[in-house]
Design a protein around this ligand. Structure first.
Ligand SMILES: [Ca+2]
Length: 254
């Protein structure tokens, strides 16, 4: 069963599908500014819920899947080069943005995908010096828009992580902030605008900044030794407090 709704972009179409109770696939018809929705059609058996299968289908259709450590994850953020600017306004962080190689899937979908009790988060980073690190967290959960997309989680799973150092702890229970929406804890200034130069769950400001400027771009603007101390550089302090990220993926286990 199919349906169509007017919409302005592929990202908006993804949101329309995610918010429709039975939508499992979508396609954006750019020439007509239409969102084509594919719905599940089988009847719901008495006493059974199809919420979980539909959510799994949505994740598969909206969020690219990869395998890591024998488990499946959807990639909700991926950055391999600087072809996409991540210094985006609030609305773009809500609905998502990017190209085929670099993307942010959007807070609205992150909220949808992590309901009701959170998903396992996996962070994979590569540093300018060639090192790679990964970190996993239980119960990663993003609340709804009226809460400011507050992010929380269970704990750092140090047995599945490169170190027991938790860079996300400073960001737990924070609202999301962007350059045009200051929800952080820093009085009289915006972490996003003045320091992080991206969207993130900034506190006063950050111990991780995966949406900041990638190391290759930062190095192009200054000396390699100094890039880790420049404003806006993409960092994950548990991996290194001086080496900027040259690539990063944020994954949800499905
Ligand atoms: Ca502030």
């Amino acid at each position: 069963m199919f349906g169509q709704k007017p919409c302005q972009s592929e990202a908006d179409c993804a949101i329309i599908c995610a918010q429709a109770p039975s939508c499992v696939k979508f396609g954006f018809l750019a020439a007509h500014r239409l969102c084509r929705l594919s719905h599940m059609t089988h009847a719901l058996s008495p006493g059974r819920s199809w919420v979980d299968p539909v959510r799994a289908s949505r994740i598969q259709s909206l969020c690219p899947l990869v395998t890591a450590g024998g488990r499946r994850f959807c990639v909700f953020q991926r950055r391999v080069d600087s072809t996409v600017a991540f210094d985006q306004p609030w609305r773009m962080y809500e609905i998502g943005f990017g190209n085929q190689q670099n993307w942010w899937i959007g807070l609205q979908l992150l909220h949808q995908f992590t309901q009701p009790s959170g998903k396992q988060l996996r962070v994979e980073v590569s540093l300018l010096n060639g090192e790679s690190h990964h970190f996993e967290y239980s119960g990663f959960l993003v609340a709804n828009s009226s809460s400011g997309y507050v992010m929380t989680y269970g704990r750092l799973l140090d047995e599945l992580s490169s170190s027991a150092n938790d860079s996300l702890a400073a960001h737990r229970d924070m609202k999301f902030s962007t350059r045009d929406r200051d929800n952080d804890l820093l009085a009289d200034a915006s972490c996003s605008e003045a320091d992080g130069l991206a969207g993130w769950w900034y506190s006063d400001c950050y111990r991780c900044n995966p949406n900041g400027i990638l190391g290759d771009g930062a190095a192009a603007n200054g000396s390699e030794e100094a890039v880790g101390e420049e404003a806006g550089v993409a960092m994950w302090f548990a991996a290194s407090e001086s080496q900027p990220l040259v690539s990063v993926r944020l994954l949800l286990q499905v």
